[in-house]
Design a protein. Sequence first.
Length: 538
Amino acid sequence: MLYAVGFTKSDFKKPQVGIVSTWSQVTPCNIHIDQLAVNVAMGVNEAGGKAVVFNTITISDGISMGSEGMKYSLVSREVIADSIETVAGCEGFDGLVAIGGCDKNMPGCLMGLARLNRPAVFVYGGTILPGDYHGKPVDVVSVFEAVGQHAAGKMSDADLDDIESVAIPGAGSCGGMYTANTMASAIEALGMSLPNSSAQAAVSKDKENDCERAGAAVLNLLKLGIRPRDIMTKKAFENAITLIIALGGSTNAVLHLLAMANVAGVKLTIDDFTRIGKRVPVLADLKPSGKYVMAELVKIGGTVPLMKMLLDQGLMYGDCMTVTGKTMAENLKSAPSYPAGQDVIRGFDNPIKKNSHLVVLYGNLAPDGAVAKISGKEGLRFTGKAIVFESEEKALKAILDGTVKKGHVIVIRYEGPKGGPGMREMLSPTSAIMGKGLGKDVALVTDGRFSGGSHGFVVGHISPEAYVGGPLAVVKNGDSITIDAEKRELSLGIPPKELKARLKGWKQPKPRYTRGVLAKYAKLVNSAHLGAVTDSDL
């Protein structure tokens, strides 16, 4: 059978390396990955191995955003991990290289690699270049916010059409420090990809070289006997958290790093993000809350100089092993500094924020925790009156038609891992809020989650979720809700006795799906504060 797929007699004496391609035509993030897989295979074969390319799925968050289809997004992370384990477990590959390009296939790949625990390298497909709208750089989030501007009468039909047509100019992942670039950076800091793999343009010679070097690197890992769980240690996860804080990364990183650690057998909790966040500043002025796109970070040297800064400041562990076969400190020993005069990455004396923008909140509305993204630009405290919606679609309509007004705290519930099911991202509502100019006047809380492109006063991952009887299920219109980033509290302003009575009278809704992948996911998935994984202590 292997002769028929291209093996020669000499190939049977070589290590077989599975190349996991997440190629798909459904999203620009992954449209080029079939060619990157060819580059990886070349690297493997030239280093003395035998490459075998196979595919797994990907979905498009951007295309499904705001629709019922978005419920499949987080589910796809588990499907990807399952499929990689299934193919590699069946075929008996000696090592693996996985190439990912969009939000969920990256942590999905890492979860699959950690389960198998065979020598492996991850390759990021790379960032997209920005589009050009009247001389201004734009990206996918620019379009979502333009929808809000259009609804507010601040943008014409023609201008909205123009920005839609230029925002995505080609292959690569969304251009700001959204979830894709956040997770790529986290995986590099984790030690599972080669230096600067996270900061290269999708279509570039650098990315082709990254792929070929990854192919050779996995053969070196085989020779040295280094496996993913030797690299994915508690210290390595702390390095990943440190880098994403410094970059101002996505709240999805909390969910995905918890899931990856769970699979790797590492005890990581949401409280570790708080502990680390107290000492790590935000240094990158990157979108969505900042000024620059990822391509500007690539131009000035990528993530490597920043990691060297963090290491020199004592904020990263240098003794962690990486896929180069060397420690993080050895990889960064001769790292260059950023060029003088650049302002994409600030110094420690002038941070964007002195501590983390990823704020874990507790309180009577989130007994098991919630995750907020507070850049500081929107303020540190918000109190308002609840306006409650049972789905994202109903909330979006109310934002666009003016039902939502200044002083409201928008509550979107039954969107959690089990209740959605699938924990949809709320990019459409948050972008509509920003587009209508309500970013500082309205807050949004949900048991769903947010796109890396979301910004404003937003709190997600509320646990326990409404569907399992969390307090979010019993919030009523007009209730007072307070978000306090300094005290790290999320509070529902009703007496404890009344909250207890409301919860006692609550009844669980019927499941929205009873057959198929969403129904299976809802039965198996655990809480967001644990990573929303489906294979924990089955």
